[in-house]
Ligand binder design. Sequence first.
Ligand SMILES: Cc1ncc(COP(=O)(O)O)c(C=O)c1O
Length: 434
Amino acid sequence: MDKQLEKLIKKIYQQKFPKKKFVPGQTYIPASGKVFNDKELYYLVQACLDGWWTEGRFNAKFEQKLAEKLGVNFCMTTNSGSSANLLALSALTSLRLKERRLKPGDEVITCAAGFPTTINPIIQHQLTPVFVDVNLTTLAVNIVDLEKAITKKTRAIFIAHTLGNPFNLNQVVRLAKKHRLWLIEDNCDALGAKYQNKYTGTFGDLATLSFYPAHHITMGEGGAVLTNNPLLTKIVHSIRDWGRDCWCRTGQDNTCGCRFSMQLGKLPFGYDHKYIYSEIGYNLKITDMQAALGLAQLGKLDRFIKIRQQNFDYLYSKLAELKDYFIFPQAEKHSEPSWFGFPLTLKPNLKFKRHELLQFLEANKIGTRLVFGGNITKQPYFVNYKINYRQVGKLANTDTIMNNSFWLGIYPGISKTMLNYVIATLNKFLEKHG
Ligand SMILES: Cc1ncc(COP(=O)(O)O)c(C=O)c1O
């Protein structure tokens, strides 16, 4: 049955998703996207045919394999990178952490040049985000400003390895240890990146991943929280699974052996442990179909990262001569980035504006993206909701990124022929406007 099914799915895949010829100027080149074949479809159908559907055998295997790959003790899947960020930060507010728990009014250091859902959990928990600037070539946190930002109120650092380029983990971990701060790595853009030969996402108390289709591997929607800490694992599981006190996995019962013989809160003795809630929880679990998709993708991760790196290097070598126009990306020292995109920042005083260049590329079927929210403090929700925050210095580089940066695609679906077209089109624009 399995072999028959596999064969049939391969045939359907070939019919439904035939290889498309790239026609320059006609075929759209997206900045990001998913790459898959019949293997993903076969795993998905197997998960459907299991008839289980909520997290199950595929999820267990995915979590185990990813944890092993990264060299981290615990990997917990969740339904998005944003949920992973919410879970990681929420875990640090748990009563189980006693005097180390985050409380309203505590400060969390982060960057304004980034994605909103790194910051929103901080706001949600009535903590104060403290913004520090980033470096223009690495897009990573500025360590001098980070150190300046630390006060008596500071309790945590929550920052991203933006576009797959690790931040200076030596210094960030040193400062976190020195000042007894929690560290969350938003590793959503950086699966597979290494710092001093160790995977990012394994340095902090907690780290997060996204499996949205733009990311290194996809589940359609999905994410994960990573940690080496058993207590944080218990808290994250609980918050992810409705806030329940019970630690049985989906479909299990009474693994504690005292399901009907506990007394917690003001509930009566013997209240079913399955319905006892000790955290303020949600349901942020994934389905086993998502996990099946992720498992098929995980087997391709190393190849995907390699192609991204090759595409990055190729663009770098061919665009380097445009240094009068652009500030180029630079890998953080001691790191091997797992590039998410190829960032470029327009130099000052050019004869054209960023939006003119991006419109030209779009009109020529080349997709681009900005460095997410630019300066988050200038976003309408920040302004209109009058969100309380503190910032260190003027965030001048963050504003430059908001005004002048963008990134080009390098995902594994982009071929050398496509990159040649991107390079030629960029040069064409500069000949006209440069
Ligand atoms: C740095 C960063 N954090 C978090 C997220 C959120 O991930 P998701 O889209 O899976 O919610 C993203 C999304 O791209 C991201 O780039």
